[in-house]
Every structure is written in structure tokens, then in C-alpha cells.
Ligand binder design. Structure first.
Ligand SMILES: C[S@@+](CC[C@H](N)C(=O)[O-])C[C@H]1O[C@@H](n2cnc3c(N)ncnc32)[C@H](O)[C@@H]1O
Length: 229
């Protein structure tokens, strides 16, 4: 899925249906890793429809959601206007100039790097996460477990590789997903290997505490739980 697709109304509506399953596969496990968010300042980069951001604020955090899609940010501002602890801003993970250095307790990036086309922009996102986090702060991000999906042949998922796909850094592929309603969504995604993430974590002095598998047979998504040392 390209970022441009997050401006298309029909695509956004289908994505909202998809987020229902994200509660089980992504948001709840992330909340579990986080523990009690009360009093924390949490930045949700690539927040999309902002459901997780809003929930964190309901649980007592000050939560800031950032996304490149103005459509999503407008949606979030309208939907969560009664939640004074949730703030939504348009912005790019590669330049979080609106956020002060060492001001954030936790940075979350759920299914965002998969949408970033350039390696250098993924790299910058890790550098920015490091800059804005307080020492000892958490960086939690997720991605598709592409190989897991291939191995387990999931009924509602299909990964379609182009002819010359090498499972290499930045290769693009399509993920076709059948929603509960029977509607189909096709995402154009990027493949970033674990080694890429581990390299950027190392370069930015993050410690990888654990990687958790979630979703279908625990082989659909990967959630990385990291700490800034
Ligand atoms: C797959 S959605 C994930 C949404 C939400 N985090 C979730 O887990 O459901 C990816 C989101 O990242 C946003 N995005 C993509 N590239 C971005 C970037 N460079 N900076 C900020 N947001 C970005 C997209 O607009 C989209 O809303």
C-alpha cells in the first residue's frame, strides 16, 4: 500500500474494518508490552485511524498520534475530539521536528515501516525515535511476518511476490487480505528483513528485549519490544 492510498475514502473505510482484528493481533499485545500507560507520554507514529492512540489516552497517558495522511488525522481529530489527552498531528516519521528531544516515554510504530519505500527514511525514523525518547524509554514497532505467512498458508492472507523478489532489503510485494465482510484489500508493502531492523537498533543504541509473534498461528505479525539504553 502506498501512502497515497491512505487518502482514498474507500480504502480508509476498508482499513477501518481491518483495524477490528488489529485489536487482537496488534493493539492488545502492544498494550500488554507497555503495561500501565498512566502518566506516560506516548507517541504513536503512523497512527492511521488512531484507535490505539485514543485508547492509550483513555487509559491515562498523554498520547500523540502522527501520520502523513491528512485524511486520517482529520478523522482522528473528529472522532476523538472529546479525549483531551489525545492529540493528532500530520507529520512524517523521518522528521519529528514538532517533538522535543528526550520528551517521550514510549514510541510506537505499528505497521508503518512496511509502508516506507526508502531505506534511508526507515533509518531516519529509528534516529528520530531515539532522539525523542527519554533514556530508558520504550520503542515498540511491528511488521508483517512475511515468511511466517508463506509457511502457514493462511486462509485470509495471500502474499503476491513479483517475479524477481529476492527477500531482500526494500523489495516490494503485494499482500491480499480478505476481510470478515468478504471485501478484499490489496496492500503494496515493503520487505525489511529482521537484520535491517537489528542494524538500525544497534546503530541507535536500542536494546531488543523480545520479539513477539501474533495473529494466525503467531506467524502473521512480529512485534519488536526495544529499550533506549
Ligand atoms: C498500515 S497503517 C498502520 C496504522 C496503525 N498504526 C495500525 O497499526 O493500525 C500505516 C500508517 O502509516 C502511515 N505512514 C506511512 N508512512 C509514514 C511516514 N513516513 N510517516 C508517518 N506516517 C506514515 C500511513 O499513512 C498509515 O496510516
Amino acid at each position: 500500500m502506498t501512502v497515497a492510498e491512505y487518502t482514498d475514502k474507500e480504502f480508509l473505510d476498508r482499513y477501518l474494518e481491518k483495524t477490528k482484528e488489529h485489536w487482537q493481533t496488534l493493539y492488545s499485545p502492544i498494550l500488554g508490552i507497555l503495561g500501565n500507560p498512566q502518566g506516560k507520554i506516548i507517541l504513536d507514529i503512523g497512527c492511521g485511524p488512531g484507535e490505539l492512540t485514543n485508547r492509550l489516552a483513555e487509559l491515562g497517558a498523554r498520547a500523540i498520534g502522527i501520520d502523513t495522511s491528512e485524511e486520517w488525522i482529520d478523522y482522528c481529530k473528529k472522532n476523538y475530539s472529546n479525549n483531551k489527552n489525545a492529540e493528532f498531528l500530520t507529520g512524517n516519521t523521518n522528521n519529528l521536528h514538532m517533538i522535543n528531544s528526550e520528551s517521550i516515554d514510549t514510541v510506537i510504530a505499528s505497521m508503518v515501516f512496511i509502508n516506507i519505500d526508502r531505506l534511508d527514511d526507515v533509518k531516519k525514523a529509528f534516529e528520530e525515535a531515539r532522539r525523542v525518547l527519554k533514556r530508558g524509554g520504550s520503542f515498540i514497532f511491528s511488521d508483517l511476518d512475511v515468511k511466517g505467512i508463506m509457511d502457514t498458508t493462511m486462509p485470509t492472507r495471500e502474499i503476491i511476490f513479483p517475479k524477481y523478489f529476492k527477500y531482500d532489503e526494500g523489495d516490494s510485494f503485494n499482500a491480499k487480505i480478505t476481510l470478515e465482510s468478504g471485501k478484499v484489500m490489496t496492500f503494496q508493502d515493503r520487505y525489511w528483513p529482521n537484520e535491517t531492523y537489528k542494524r538500525f537498533l544497534h546503530e541507535n543504541n536500542f536494546r531488543l528485549i523480545e520479539t513477539i509473534g501474533t495473529g494466525y498461528k503467531d506467524r502473521e505479525y512480529k512485534i519488536f519490544n526495544c529499550r533506549k539504553d
